[in-house]
Design a protein around this ligand. Structure first.
Ligand code: V47
Length: 344
């Protein structure tokens, strides 16, 4: 089958809603049947002090969020202390771009975690953080990525991609890692035989063309490297930030975007319905629109909840599993690189 072009993808937004759902569902079934993957994980956000100013961000310390914090390594180790008894298989560690801590603060904690818990998967440092560390400490991307590997980072999360269109990007997060740099960093990571994810922040000032362009740039890099495990559309949360978008994106537009991404990104195996930003109910429905992954239980979340998402305390595993079952899908616990651990 020939690939979906930019124009065809754009036209899909005009399709009958349920026909589009059916097309995406067919693709989902081909790849994953009725399985919905999830991970028992813990998010840790060690500092909210940031030298960058992204208009959409409510997490970083600013006029709207004056409560600065930076965790010590001991505090981080305290969080992971009894990780095995909680069934946790992955820590997802993402910070703001704090110029006051030193490079070691960022990197050595991974080694400490890996030494104490060698079996735990460390997913850490977005390409935006890699770029920040490279500029701040005068090191090349290669040097930072090598240091990550040396210190025990297993995979990279997909944060910081936002929207690749340069004009929109300039408006929402000028000064941060550029689109080309974000993609270059992931390419270099993939060239080390490592996996990563890729996000898209939508529902703010971007339009449909910008979303399709974003997907096309991901598809092109994936053709080269095959290193992306998962695409994660993040629904923009409107509270406590400087972007000043008053109108929420509709469920219709969210689900269409998910379905189209499932079809356009024919080379990315997994599509995540990130319940944190979509709400749990819509994430469950998104399973009918191509999504086959629900992220995980999370335990604690600070970035999206700062902007209004109801995710600050994660979800209990039993409830999570029951909701997936009740919606007619099969909950499958996975590891961070999509090996199946247990059918629940
Ligand atoms: O990069 C910031 C986004 C991201 C807002 O790789 C916002 O598995 C919505 O990337 N509204 C961090 N989103 C979260 C992230 C992520 C989450 C889950 C799994 C994975 C993965 C990655 O949150 C940031 C930014 O794009 N964000 N502010 C906001 N107001």
């Amino acid at each position: 089958m020939s690939r979906i072009s930019f124009e065809e993808a754009l036209k899909m937004y005009e399709m009958d809603f349920f026909d589009l759902a059916e097309m995406a569902d067919k693709k989902r079934k081909e790849l994953h049947d009725k399985k919905t993957y999830f991970n028992i994980n813990r998010h840790i956000n060690p500092t909210n002090v940031c030298k960058d100013v992204c208009k959409f961000c409510a997490y970083s310390a600013s006029r709207k969020n004056p409560n600065q914090y930076t965790m010590t390594h001991d505090e981080i180790m305290e969080i992971v202390k009894d990780i095995d008894s909680r069934g946790i298989k992955e820590v997802h560690i993402v910070s703001a771009h704090n110029p006051n801590t030193g490079l070691e603060w960022y990197l050595e904690v991974f080694k400490k975690i890996k030494t104490a818990y060698p079996h735990l998967h460390v997913k850490a440092l977005t390409a935006a953080e890699v770029h920040f560390l490279s500029e701040e400490y005068n090191k090349s991307y290669d040097e930072i990525l090598d240091l990550m590997v040396e210190n025990g980072v297993d995979s990279m999360p997909g944060g910081g991609a936002e929207i690749f269109d340069e004009k929109v990007r300039d408006y929402i997060c000028k000064g941060k890692v550029t689109s080309a740099q974000w993609l270059e960093i992931h390419k270099k990571w993939h060239q080390r035989g490592k996996k990563s994810n890729v996000t898209m922040l939508f529902g703010h000032v971007e339009n449909r063309e910008h979303r399709i362009d974003h997907m096309m740039r991901i598809r092109d890099l994936q053709d080269e490297t095959g290193g992306f495990n998962c695409f994660i559309p993040l629904v923009y949360q409107t509270e406590n930030n400087f972007l000043n978008v008053k109108k929420d994106i509709t469920a219709n537009e969210i689900l269409r975007t998910m379905a189209i991404s499932r079809l356009v990104l024919d080379n990315v195996p997994n599509l995540k319905a990130y319940w944190v930003t979509s709400t749990v109910n819509l994430a469950l429905i998104a399973q009918e629109f191509g999504a086959n992954d629900m992220d995980g239980t999370i335990e604690k979340e600070s970035i999206n909840s700062a902007a209004g998402a109801k995710s600050a305390n994660g979800m209990k595993i039993d409830e999570f599993v029951q909701l997936i079952k009740n919606s007619g899908f099969t909950p499958v616990e996975r590891d961070s690189v999509y090996n199946e651990i247990k059918v629940w």
